[in-house]
Design a protein around this ligand. Structure first.
Ligand SMILES: [Zn+2]
Length: 256
């Protein structure tokens, strides 16, 4: 039985809109079926997509997302793109997909081809998309808009604050990562972004500058958001829950 007290206060529901749950191995039980958490579990490639679909079936509080991470594109585009696209038509969500000009600019053309394939599926089948956009913030928005994507979460958004109004008017959301504790850019974004566009995420189990990212840090993330915006933690928790609820409603997923 999952011990929720380490993650949430009594009666609270926290949202992790971007977690690599398939990487947790035996520790998955901490989060799977944990009544205080709702998770969107993303994938990186074919194997993790299959594993994540299984987790989605097993864990009632998990929405599984399948995709090919821009860092995995060079391999995946050749070997298993079509298989993952097929899984994407069946999955409830698509991700982690996107574009990355910061860490892997050398594969940008291939990333664009793969990202567009997933957006086509998302658009045709009405799926939500969890998007990686490092260094390619405006490119990603252009593609989402062009493909008429209705539900998109730009994960760990540390892009320019002047794109926030477009993100809002397109009805998209941004993921606030626990890195906010030490990442100045994340704090600037949160100060500038309306609460109506925010979701929390962990990107766990990634290690960011010595921080072990995971759902345990979501409470702390909410505390920092509240402080930066001068509102109560309860208001932030509620706003994020409502944002998540709208996404689920739009996609016809009964989860919250
Ligand atoms: Zn990720």
């Amino acid at each position: 039985m999952a011990n929720s007290s380490l993650i949430c206060r009594e009666g609270e529901i926290l949202i992790d809109s971007h977690i690599h749950l398939h990487e947790y191995g035996n520790e998955v039980g901490k989060y799977c079926g944990n009544s205080c958490l709702r998770l969107i579990a993303v994938s990186d490639d074919l194997e993790s997509s299959k594993r994540t679909i299984e987790l989605g079936k097993k864990c009632w509080n998990v929405v599984s997302a399948v995709g090919i991470h821009p860092w995995s594109v060079s391999e995946g585009a050749n070997k298993y793109l079509n298989q993952v696209l097929e899984l994407a038509t069946e999955a409830r969500f698509i991700g982690e997909v996107g574009l990355d000009k910061k860490f892997v600019p050398q594969t940008y053309e291939r990333q664009l081809t793969v990202f567009r394939e997933f957006l086509r599926i998302a658009s045709e089948h009405g799926k939500g998309v969890s998007v990686h956009a490092a260094g390619a913030w405006s490119d990603v928005l252009r593609e989402l808009e062009r493909h008429d994507i209705k539900v998109a979460i730009i994960h760990w958004y540390t892009g320019p604050t002047d794109l926030l109004s477009s993100i809002r008017s397109l009805g998209y959301y941004i993921g606030v990562n626990p890195a906010i504790k030490i990442q100045r850019k994340m704090r600037e974004v949160v100060k500038a972004a309306p609460l109506e566009t925010l979701l929390t995420e962990s990107d766990g189990p990634y290690n960011y500058r010595g921080m072990n990212l995971g759902p345990e840090l979501i409470s702390e993330t909410i505390r920092i958001i509240a402080e930066l915006k001068g509102v109560s933690e309860a208001d932030v928790t509620e706003a994020i829950k409502q944002n998540f609820k709208s996404i689920m409603k739009e996609l016809g997923i009964n989860l919250i």
